[in-house]
Design a protein around this ligand. Structure first.
Ligand code: AMP
Ligand code: ZN
Length: 116
């Protein structure tokens, strides 16, 4: 289930610290260590899945749980009314750094478009 040397699997296992703001049977959410907005939270599945471009079969259903968790986390952070952004990066051109599927929940400032 966990991948060796995966930092997000280590966070799920409690082996490295994180500021966890939400958890359920499927997902965990914690604050990004290098925030790009006043609120920057990562939502990850407990199960190790590399990322969006690698999803297989039933793993795609994780995304529904993750998005529901992201909306709840954003609401609890007071972001529903002002608004927020949810992002998934995949591979080099997408800017993916950690190969364990995650959603970025960003808010607390006005987002620009197109993204950089
Ligand atoms: P990505 O570029 O989409 O793979 O995003 C990975 C994110 O994980 C980056 O925003 C990092 O700042 C964040 N990150 C890396 N290590 C940690 C950690 N130990 N705790 C919290 N966030 C982390
Ligand atoms: Zn992992």
């Amino acid at each position: 289930m966990a991948a060796p040397d995966c930092i997000f699997c280590k966070i799920v296992a409690g082996e490295i610290p994180a500021e966890v703001v939400y958890e359920d049977v499927c997902c965990l959410a914690f604050r990004d260590i290098n925030p790009q907005a006043p609120t920057h939270i990562l939502v990850i599945p407990r199960k190790h899945v590399t990322g969006l471009g690698d999803l297989e079969g039933a793993e795609a259903s994780l995304l529904g749980n993750m998005l529901a968790a992201a909306a709840q986390v954003a609401d609890e952070a007071g972001l529903t009314e002002p608004g927020y952004r949810v992002v998934i990066n995949w591979n080099a051109d997408g800017g993916m750094e950690v190969p364990h599927l995650h959603l970025h929940v960003l808010g607390g400032r006005k987002m620009s478009w197109p993204p950089g």
